[in-house]
Ligand binder design. Structure first.
Ligand code: PMP
Length: 526
C-alpha cells in the first residue's frame, strides 16, 4: 500500500524522489515468474518484464508456485520456526545437500564443509571475516608461544654464560652492563615491535571493483569509494588487486609481507630471526564480479588467487552469494574456473524468492568448532527459511540438474541476442560480459558525447539509470545499471525467460543503441 497522498514521508523520501527523477519511480503490485505488474492511472494492470529479478535472487522467478505451495504446507503443518538452542536437524539436512553438490563440483573436493547460517549475504561475508580472524589469531598465538619459549631459552643460556648477545639492527645496547642486560634490552625492543604488529588488525585481499556487502566489515571489502571510505575507521582495511593482472598479484601481496622478531640462541650466540607474520586475514573473491559489470574470473586469475592463498596461508573465500545457486549453469560459478575455496558464501536464491537466508561454509580442515557458539543470530537457521532452502535445492538438483542446463541454455540464448546488438552497434556498445543468467551490456563512455544531456548524465554517473528509465517507460522492461561507471546494464532473470522475452529485450536494446548513436539525449530524459 502506498502512503496517503500528501501525508508525511518517513521512509525512502530521498530515494523515492530520486527514483522518480530517473523514471524508475514505480510501485509494483504483483509479481510472478519474470513479470512484475503495476496498476496504471486507468486501473489497468501493466506487465513489466523483470531482468533484475531481486538482484539475482530469483533463480525460479517471483512467487514460484511450487515454492509458494511448499511454504503454505510448511506453515499449515505448524513447523517450529524459531527454536534456538535446540536440535535443528534441518540445518544439517541443508548442509548435507550442499556438501554433496560441492563434492561433485569442486575440483578434488571432498565435500566436507561445516555450515553456519545467516540472514543476509553481508552477514555470511562477515561470518567469514570473523572466522578467518579466529584462524589468524590461532596462527599468531602459535608464533608468539614459540617466540616466548625462545626468549626463555635465551635467558637461561645467557644467565648460565652459555651464550652472548650479538650486535643487531634493532638495539644499540647503549649503556648495557653485561650480556643479561643486553639481552633484556633486545627482548624489550623485540617485544615492543611484536606487540605493535599483533595489535594491528588483519589486511584482507579482494579484487578491484569487488562487492561483498555493506555491513561494517564487508563494506571494506566492497571497493566502491562512496560506500566504503566513510567507514574505513570501523574495520580492517582491504588491499584490492587487479583480476586482469594475475601476474601482479604475488608482488602486490609481497608488499604486505611483515615479520615478527624471534630472539633465539644459535650456536652460543643470541640472534634475531625474522619470522613471517600472518598479516593477511583472507582473500575474498566473486567468481563472477557482479558489481564490476558481470565479469567472470579468468582461469589464470583463479589459479593465481589459489596460489597466493596457499603461499600466504590465508583462507580463500569464494563469495557465491550472487553467482551461486545455479545461475551460471552450474551450482557454483567457481566450478567453471576450477577454483577451489576454503570457505564459500551463499545467499540470494537460497531464499526461493520468499525467505531470507544465507550460509557460510568452512572446510573442515580449517573450521574451528568453537565458532558454532561464538556466532549466532535470533533469526538465522529458522525452520521456515530452512524448509524453503531444502525445496530450492531439490528443485535445482531435480532431473539430474535440469535447472542448471536451462540456466546455461537460456543464458546462451540471451547472450546471443545481446551480442548481436553489440555487433550492430560497435560505436555504442563496448562489450557483453557474463555467463549463464548473469549478463551485462557495457555501453561506451559518453562523457565526451556531442549531446549535452548525454554528456552531463554520463559525467554524473546517471546515464545507466536514465537508460533503465527509458527501457521501463517505453518497453515495459525492468533493467538496472551496474559496473563501476554505471555504464553497463544488468540482465539476471530467472530460468523461465522465454524466447519472446529475449526478442523484446533485444528490440529495447536496439532502441537505446539508436538513441546513443543519434545522440538523442532528449529522449532519455523522463
Ligand atoms: N556478496 C555478493 C557477491 C553480492 O552480490 C551481495 C549482494 N549483491 C552481497 C555479498 C551482499 O548480500 P546482501 O545484499 O544480502 O547483504
Amino acid at each position: 500500500m502506498s502512503s496517503p497522498a500528501g501525508g508525511p514521508v518517513f521512509a525512502d523520501r530521498v530515494l523515492n524522489d530520486w527514483l522518480s527523477s530517473v523514471g524508475l519511480g514505480i510501485e509494483y503490485s504483483r509479481a510472478e515468474a519474470n513479470t512484475l505488474y503495476y496498476v496504471d492511472e486507468d486501473g489497468q494492470e501493466v506487465p513489466v518484464l523483470d531482468h533484475v529479478c531481486g538482484f539475482g535472487s530469483l533463480i525460479f522467478g517471483h512467487n514460484n508456485p511450487d515454492i509458494v505451495a511448499h511454504a503454505k504446507t510448511v506453515l499449515d503443518r505448524q513447523v517450529p520456526v524459531y527454536v534456538q538452542l535446540s536440535h535443528q536437524s534441518h540445518a544439517n539436512d541443508i548442509a548435507a545437500v550442499l556438501n554433496a553438490i560441492l563434492r561433485r563440483e569442486i575440483p578434488g573436493g571432498d565435500g566436507d564443509y561445516a555450515a553456519i547460517f545467516a540472514n543476509s549475504g553481508a552477514e555470511a561475508v562477515e561470518i567469514c571475516v570473523k572466522h578467518a580472524e579466529l584462524e589468524r589469531r590461532a596462527r599468531v598465538a602459535k608464533l608468539t608461544d614459540e617466540t616466548s619459549r625462545n626468549a626463555e631459552e635465551a635467558r637461561e643460556a645467557v644467565g648460565a654464560g652459555r651464550a652472548t648477545v650479538a650486535e643487531n639492527p634493532y638495539v644499540r645496547f647503549d649503556g648495557a652492563s653485561g650480556e643479561s642486560d643486553r639481552l633484556e634490552q633486545l627482548l624489550a625492543e623485540a617485544g615492543r615491535r611484536n606487540a605493535e604488529l599483533i595489535a594491528r588488525g588483519p589486511v584482507h585481499l579482494a579484487l578491484e571493483n569487488a562487492f561483498h556487502g555493506k555491513l561494517v566489515a564487508s563494506i571494506q571489502l566492497t571497493q566502491n569509494p562512496h560506500w566504503r571510505l566513510p567507514f574505513t575507521s570501523l574495520a580492517s582495511s582491504t588491499r584490492f588487486l587487479r583480476a586482469d593482472r594475475p601476474d601482479e598479484m604475488k608482488a602486490a601481496v609481497e608488499e604486505l609481507r611483515t615479520s615478527l622478531l624471534d630472539v633465539l640462541v644459535d650456536d652460543g650466540v643470541v640472534t634475531v630471526v625474522e619470522r613471517d607474520f600472518p598479516l593477511v586475514g583472507a582473500f575474498f573473491v566473486e567468481p563472477v564480479q557482479g558489481a564490476n559489470g558481470m565479469r567472470p574470473l579468468t582461469g589464470a586469475a583463479a589459479r593465481e588467487i589459489r596460489a597466493v592463498c596457499d603461499a600466504v596461508g590465508c583462507p580463500l573465500i569464494v563469495d557465491e552469494i550472487h553467482s551461486g545457486m545455479g545461475r551460471t549453469g552450474a551450482f557454483l560459478a567457481s566450478s567453471h574456473m576450477g577454483l577451489r575455496g576454503d570457505y564459500y558464501t551463499l545467499a540470494k536464491s537460497i531464499g526461493g524468492g520468499i525467505a531470507k537466508n544465507a550460509v557460510a561454509l568452512f572446510h573442515r580442515d580449517r573450521f574451528r568448532p568453537e565458532f558454532e557458539v561464538m556466532h549466532s543470530s535470533t533469526f538465522a537457521k529458522d525452520g521456515f527459511s530452512a524448509a524453503i532452502a531444502l525445496k530450492v535445492l531439490e528443485m535445482l538438483e531435480a532431473d539430474d540438474g535440469r535447472a542448471y542446463r536451462i540456466a546455461a541454455e537460456r543464458g546462451d540464448r540471451l547472450k546471443g541476442a545481446l551480442t548481436a546488438v553489440a555487433a550492430d552497434f560497435p560505436d555504442v556498445v563496448d562489450a557483453v560480459h557474463g555467463i549463464g543468467l548473469m549478463l551485462a551490456v557495457e555501453f561506451k563512455d559518453q562523457t565526451g558525447a556531442s549531446s549535452e544531456p548525454l554528456r552531463e548524465k554520463a559525467a554524473s554517473g546517471m546515464l545507466g539509470y536514465l537508460i533503465a528509465g527509458l527501457i521501463l517507460r517505453e518497453h515495459r522492461i525492468r533493467v538496472l545499471p551496474v559496473g563501476p561507471a554505471g555504464n553497463s546494464v544488468r540482465f539476471e532473470p530467472s530460468i523461465y525467460l522465454t524466447d519472446a522475452d529475449i526478442a523484446r529485450t533485444e528490440n529495447a536494446l536496439r532502441d537505446v543503441c539508436t538513441i546513443l548513436r543519434d545522440q538523442d539525449g532528449d529522449r532519455l530524459t523522463p
